[in-house]
Design a protein around this ligand. Structure first.
Ligand code: FAD
Length: 223
C-alpha cells in the first residue's frame, strides 16, 4: 500500500515566472529512489503528481513544477502555498529511477520539465556510480526553460533550444542531436527518456531507427 505522509514546505523559489522549485520536509523518514514521484494533495482536494530530484531517501523532497497556464494544481501551489505551510502527499512511488542493469554507458534524454527526475538520477550517479559514462540531451523551448546548469558535471551534456532568444549553438529538436556524431548507442547502453508523451515516443523511435538497441534497457516517464 502507498503511504500517506505530511510535509512542510521549506523552500519555494519561482524561476522566470515559469517554474517553482519546491522543497517539502517530510515529517517521517522516507525510503525512495530519486526519479520516483509523489502525489500531492493540493488544497486537500486535488491530487497532482510531481517527480522528485532530491537524493535517494532524503527527508527533504525536492520538486520542480512547471506553472501551467490555467493549471489548477500548479496555480494553487503558486498562489496559495508559502514556506511553513503543511501539505500531504502519497509516495514516493513509480518505476522511473536508476536501474542496476550492468550498462556502463547511460544516455539520458529530457524535454522541458522532464529534466526533473533525470537530474535526480544523474546527481545520485555522480556520487554513487562516478565511473559510468553519462550523456545528457536536454531539449527546451526557450532559454528561460533552462532551470539547471550541467556544465560542471563530469558528463557529456548537449543542450538544445527550439526557439532560442539569442545565439545558442544547438537549435531545433533534441532528437536531431542524438546521432552517431554525438553518441555511440548499442545493446549495452541504457537509455532514460522523460518528457511529454508525444516527445518521449518520437525520441524512442528515433533512437530505434538509428541505432541497434536493447528495448529492455529503455526506461521512460511521460507527463
Ligand atoms: C508520474 C508523473 C510525474 C510528474 N512530474 C512532474 C514534474 O516533475 N513537474 C511538473 O511540472 N509536472 C509533473 N507532472 C505533471 C503534473 O502532475 C500535472 O499534470 C501538471 O502540473 C499540470 O497540473 P495542473 O493542475 O497545474 O494543470 P491542469 O489544471 O490539470 O491542466 C493541465 C493543462 O490543461 C490546460 N487546461 C486546463 N483547463 C483547460 C480547459 N478548460 N481548456 C483547455 N485547456 C485547459 C491547462 O492550461 C494545462 O496546460 C507529472 C505527472 C506524472 C503523471
Amino acid at each position: 500500500m502507498i503511504s500517506k505522509h505530511t510535509g512542510e514546505i521549506v523552500r519555494k523559489d519561482i524561476i522566470n515566472n515559469k517554474y517553482i522549485l519546491l522543497d517539502i520536509q517530510s515529517s517521517k523518514n522516507l525510503e525512495y529512489k530519486s526519479g520516483q514521484y509523489v502525489s500531492l494533495f493540493i488544497k486537500d482536494k486535488i491530487q497532482r503528481s510531481f517527480s522528485v530530484y532530491s537524493p535517494d531517501n532524503s527527508q527533504i523532497l525536492s520538486l520542480g513544477i512547471k506553472i501551467e497556464e490555467n493549471g489548477i494544481g500548479s496555480g494553487a501551489i503558486l498562489h496559495d502555498y508559502k514556506i511553513g505551510d503543511k501539505i500531504d502527499f502519497l509516495g514516493p512511488v513509480g518505476n522511473f529511477y536508476y536501474k542496476e542493469d550492468q550498462s556502463d554507458k547511460l544516455v539520458f534524454i529530457a524535454t522541458g520539465i522532464g529534466i526533473i527526475p533525470i537530474k535526480g538520477i544523474i546527481d545520485n550517479l555522480m556520487i554513487l556510480r562516478p565511473n559510468k559514462e553519462i550523456y545528457l540531451f536536454w531539449g527546451v523551448r526557450t532559454d528561460d526553460d533552462i532551470l539547471f546548469e550541467f556544465k560542471n558535471y563530469n558528463i557529456k551534456y548537449i543542450q538544445v533550444v527550439s526557439r532560442p532568444t539569442d545565439n545558442i549553438q544547438n537549435v531545433g529538436y533534441v532528437q536531431n542531436y542524438i546521432n552517431k556524431d554525438t553518441v555511440h548507442i548499442d545493446k549495452n547502453t541504457s537509455i532514460y527518456i522523460c518528457g511529454a508523451p508525444e516527445n518521449v515516443d518520437t525520441i524512442k523511435y528515433h533512437i530505434k531507427d538509428n541505432f541497434v538497441i536493447d528495448f529492455n534497457k529503455i526506461y521512460t516517464e511521460k507527463f
